[in-house]
Design a protein around this ligand. Structure first.
Ligand SMILES: *Cc1c(COP(=O)(O)O)cnc(C)c1O
Length: 354
């Protein structure tokens, strides 16, 4: 038996009558709105923010649809993609019964969101080369595995997963496969959004937090079938994305040059950082990156981490996650920030600290 959305969704979610907000009950244009208990006298900023936002982000979806050629009905907009992760788990996984599968080392929020929802987590570690281990995945799943999360390019390793292996998971697994493309803009690999209508069980996550440089706005995207998007809209908090965020993202979408520039600068800096870090004897490995960070294996991750802190530089120590022993994850900074990082590293190498 293949993928059957209806069969996979929790019964209570199927039966759920969503909250009907004042704004969704009357979508037309009336002159006077006295239906939502908003403040008729405005906000501290005048009349700008006194109304609830559009619950379905119609205008933003129209812009996104024009950009991506994905139908608006196949786009969900969340309070960051973290919201989509949480909602997808809640739609499909019965607390205490069902489980998700992740491929460590990977993004920590899948496990946290599952934990909050009392959903068990199964694991199929990536291979030594940080690629998908198909056999491990299909050995680890059971009849209660509803979701598989694949992160590509993967956080914290930086590499893109092998496309053919991802395809195999999408075809052979009859639950939902969530492909997290938070870093796709930095990669030259094709997005799985292009294959949305090939795989009914595919959910692709993207975000405005990374390449778009809009982390403060909290806007993330899920692309999927109309059926899955309908479920996400049904369970989301009605006003999950604020109007200022919706408006600013629409503005950002008009400014594609800024996105292209930031990607280009990031990749130039990443390449320079990679070469510079390679010269330090205590750097054992620099893993190939399709993202805006580098994972490096060093002689003493904790010691180097503490040294950077003492120099006022914070990186991420990933030593305690699977396959990342003695690894630091370093976000690509500006030319100046990277220079500061490198001179701190130089100081560490020449000191007797290690
Ligand atoms: C940063 C990141 C996100 C982004 O989450 P938002 O909630 O959209 O800010 C999602 N997935 C991965 C793998 C990330 O690294």
């Amino acid at each position: 038996m293949g993928f059957d959305l209806d069969d996979l969704v929790r019964e209570n979610i199927k039966a759920l009558a969503p909250y009907s907000s004042a704004r969704s009950e009357h979508a037309g244009n009336a002159g006077i709105y006295l239906d939502a208990n908003e403040n008729a006298f405005g906000s501290p900023f005048g009349m700008l923010y006194d109304r609830y936002p559009d619950p379905l982000q119609t205008e933003l979806k129209r812009s996104l649809s024009e950009e991506s050629s994905v139908a608006a009905s196949q786009i969900f907009i969340g309070n960051g993609s973290d919201e989509a992760i949480d909602l997808i788990i809640r739609i499909f996984c019965r607390p205490g019964l069902d489980n998700i599968l992740i491929c460590p080392p990977t993004y920590g929020m899948y496990e946290v969101a599952a934990g909050i929802n009392d959903v068990a987590v199964k694991r199929a570690n990536l291979t030594r080369e940080f690629d998908i281990d198909i056999d491990a995945i299909f050995e680890a799943i059971d009849a209660h595995t509803k979701l598989i999360f694949l992160c590509s390019p993967n956080n914290p390793t930086g590499n893109s997963l092998e496309r053919e292996a991802m395809r195999k998971v999408l075809v052979d697994f009859h639950g939902v496969v969530v492909v997290d493309e938070a870093y796709i803009h930095y990669s030259n690999k094709a997005s799985f959004v292009e294959d949305l209508n090939v795989y009914p069980n595919l959910v692709v996550l993207q975000t405005f937090s990374k390449a778009w440089g809009l982390a403060a706005l909290r806007v993330g995207l899920a692309f999927a079938s109309e059926g899955i998007i309908g479920l996400l809209n049904k369970v989301k908090p009605p006003y999950n994305v604020g109007q200022p965020a919706q408006g600013l993202v629409i503005d950002a979408l008009r400014d594609k040059r800024s996105l292209a520039e930031t990607i280009e600068r990031t990749i130039i800096e990443r390449t320079a950082l990679e070469h510079a870090l390679g010269r330090f004897p205590s750097v054992h490995t620099i893993y190939p990156s399709d993202a805006n960070f580098l994972l490096i294996k060093v002689a003493d991750a904790a010691g180097l981490y503490r040294f950077f802190i003492s120099e006022g530089i914070v990186v991420r120590n990933r030593s305690n996650v699977a396959l990342c022993d003695q690894c630091l994850r370093i976000t690509v900074g500006t030319t100046q920030e990277n220079k500061a990082l490198l001179s701190a590293f130089e100081k560490y190498e020449t000191s007797s600290i290690h």
